[in-house]
Design a protein around this ligand. Structure first.
Ligand SMILES: [Zn+2]
Length: 116
C-alpha cells in the first residue's frame, strides 16, 4: 500500500494495515514544511526468537511510534528526530511497517523457560 507524498495534506489521513497478527494503524499529516508527521500504533503479537535457546515464541506488542517522513534525502539539521526518507515520492506503508518490525526484532527476548 503506497500513498503519494504530495497527497497528504494538513487534514489527518488515517491508515490501517495488518501483517500476520500485528495491526499497524495511525495517521499521516503534512506539517506544512518539509515533513509529514506519522503517528501510529503497532499492536498485536509478533514472533521472535529467544536469545538464549533460539526457540521461536510470540510477544505482545503495543508500541506508539512517531516518525517524520521527508520526500527524498533530508539534509536539514534536526537529527534528534526519527526521520525516514521517502523514495520515488511514494510512502510505502508496508516498507515502513516491515522496518519497524525489524527494529523490534533486533532487541533481546527470552522465552518463559529461559526467563526463570
Ligand atoms: Zn529460551
Amino acid at each position: 500500500m503506497s500513498v503519494p507524498f504530495r497527497k497528504i495534506t494538513q487534514a489527518p489521513q488515517d491508515f490501517e494495515l495488518t501483517k500476520d497478527e500485528l495491526v499497524f494503524k495511525g495517521t499521516l499529516v503534512w506539517t506544512g514544511k518539509t515533513f509529514i508527521d506519522m503517528n501510529f500504533n503497532l499492536s498485536g503479537k509478533l514472533e521472535v526468537a529467544c536469545d538464549t535457546c533460539a526457540e521461536d515464541f510470540k510477544i505482545n506488542v503495543k508500541e506508539p511510534i512517531h516518525i517524520l517522513l521527508t520526500n527524498g534525502v533530508y539534509d536539514g539539521d534536526e537529527v534528534e528526530l526519527d526521520i525516514v526518507e521517502i523514495r520515488n515520492h511514494e510512502i510505502d506503508l508496508e516498507e515502513i511497517l516491515n522496518s519497524e518490525i525489524e527494529l523490534i526484532k533486533s532487541g533481546y527476548f527470552y522465552c518463559d523457560q529461559c526467563n526463570n
